[in-house]
Design a protein. Structure first.
Length: 459
């Protein structure tokens, strides 16, 4: 018999206290943090939906594995465990461990990049774009048209526009393209999945033109779930087998294990080409650590080896996708405009549609993020013109294609009642939405400004 209620496929064995605050206290705290939730102290947050990266809870098996961690500098047993799991999953022999995904990005894209080089993606995320642009290269996004239309329903809105890809491959020439990067799921595009058919066509075009195809695979298990349930021919395959097939299409892969690795720290870079691997290994040793630990402790590598297997368990993925969809469905029912359909790791609010009184130049996503914290102590993140806005030659802001707020749900952390509380907070924010004010940036760094910029509220 099948029941409507999908329960968490785990029991809670240890708890972490939440400090309750008042709205007046939160208004002061947010003002002191210059209206940037990244600058808040975690102890002052009630429900932390800033990111799902490294914020999940590990299993008893992972904690037990950590006790067995081999802390040898070179050739540790824990490294052998981690390498074996990654090699079986990706089919790639050359595996480099890193302390997190952006370290792998820096190694690969600094080697492949530089002035005159172009990288093409369905949508580059913030650290990917920053690492590419820091090298002097350009980063181009070519999502399918539906991918930038929040309300449009499409089963694989994370797909890359392969017609545009083919045109760019002809225009730019292979020697000028650092790599084609397919991000699964497409985080900046609303956590939307990529189909196997799309990955296969991207792979074909890259091979035809002699261009490196990189899979950015930090949410590969969640993407596999969507393929299993939405793409013809994959309904009888395991989630792991689907992931293996997608890896088989790529020349290299980068993964932040802080997502679907189910750990709090870790990443890897894996490749098929030995020459590329040798060059990246040199950079790894210079900046991260020896080639068999790469900035990770043995206990980290044990937890990774176990987490990369647990993440493909059917009960876990069913719970993970359904719990995210539940929050999205409840918000949509009360009139909150969202990226549809709901993605795997987060609910994305269309702040431009929700707050039409605040123009993109005054950052409606950031205004909503601030309101969620003040009203209910919820920390979310803006994915719009604070994160991706650019300045033209005249110093004018070029706004992002979409103004979103991401509610990223940590894995195995929050309960049903926490999500019900988030829904109630949104009800109150909706009542106040016409009173919300925009913001302006007062201080910002050159790269990744959303992490440390300081803003003030407009009156």
């Amino acid at each position: 018999m099948s029941f409507r209620t999908i329960i968490e496929p785990f029991r809670i064995k240890m708890v972490e206290p939440i400090t309750m605050t008042t709205e007046e206290e939160r208004k002061t705290l947010l003002r002191e943090a210059h209206y940037n939730p990244f600058l808040l102290e975690a102890k002052d947050v009630l429900i932390d939906l800033l990111t799902d990266s490294g914020t999940g809870a590990m299993s008893t098996r992972q904690w037990a594995g950590m006790v067995m961690g081999d802390e040898s500098y070179a050739g540790a047993v824990s490294w052998q465990h981690m390498h074996a799991v990654i090699h079986r999953l990706t089919g790639m022999e050359h595996v480099l461990p890193t302390h997190q995904g952006r370290a792998a990005e820096r190694i690969l894209y600094s080697y492949l990049g530089g002035p005159g080089k172009t990288f093409i993606s369905n949508t580059h995320f913030d650290t990917t774009r920053a690492n590419i642009e820091y090298s002097g290269a350009e980063a181009l996004d070519i999502p399918i048209p539906e991918g930038t239309q929040p309300a449009t329903i499409h089963p694989f809105k994370g797909n890359m526009d392969t017609e545009k890809l083919e045109a760019l491959l002809h225009e730019k020439k292979a020697e000028n393209i650092g790599a084609v990067i397919l991000t699964v799921t497409n985080n900046s595009g609303g956590g939307q999945p990529v189909s196997m058919a799309n990955a296969r066509e991207v792979s074909r075009l890259c091979r035809q033109h002699g261009v490196l195809f990189v899979l950015d695979c930090c949410r590969i298990a969640e993407n596999a779930w969507f393929i299993n349930h939405r793409e013809e021919g994959y309904g009888d395959m395991t989630y792991e087998a689907i992931a293996q097939e997608m890896f088989g299409l790529a020349d290299a892969a980068i993964m932040s294990l802080k997502k679907d690795g189910l750990v709090n720290m870790g990443g890897f870079l894996t490749m098929r080409n030995k020459e590329l691997s040798d060059a990246c290994t040199n950079l790894l040793i210079i900046t991260e650590g020896f080639a068999t630990y790469g900035g990770l402790s043995g206990r980290d590598m044990e937890a990774i080896a176990i987490g990369l297997q647990e993440v493909f368990e059917p009960d876990y993925l069913r719970y993970r996708i359904r719990s995210t969809a539940y929050l999205g469905e409840k918000l949509a029912a009360m009139g909150v405009p969202l990226i549809q359909p709901i993605g795997g790791h987060a609910v994305y609010v269309d702040a431009k549609a929700m707050l039409p009184n605040i123009p993109p130049s005054e950052y409606p996503g950031q205004a909503l993020v601030c309101a969620l914290y003040e009203v209910g102590g919820i920390r979310a993140v803006e994915i719009g013109s604070v994160m991706f806005g650019k300045y033209d030659a005249a110093g004018q802001l070029v706004t992002a294609p979409m103004e979103l707020v991401r509610l990223a749900i940590p894995r195995r952390v929050y309960t049903q009642s926490h999500m019900e509380y988030v829904i109630e907070v949104f009800e109150e924010v909706l009542r106040r939405k016409d009173q919300l004010k925009g913001l302006r940036i007062m201080e910002e760094p050159k790269f990744l400004r959303h992490f440390t910029c300081k803003l003030e509220r407009l009156h």
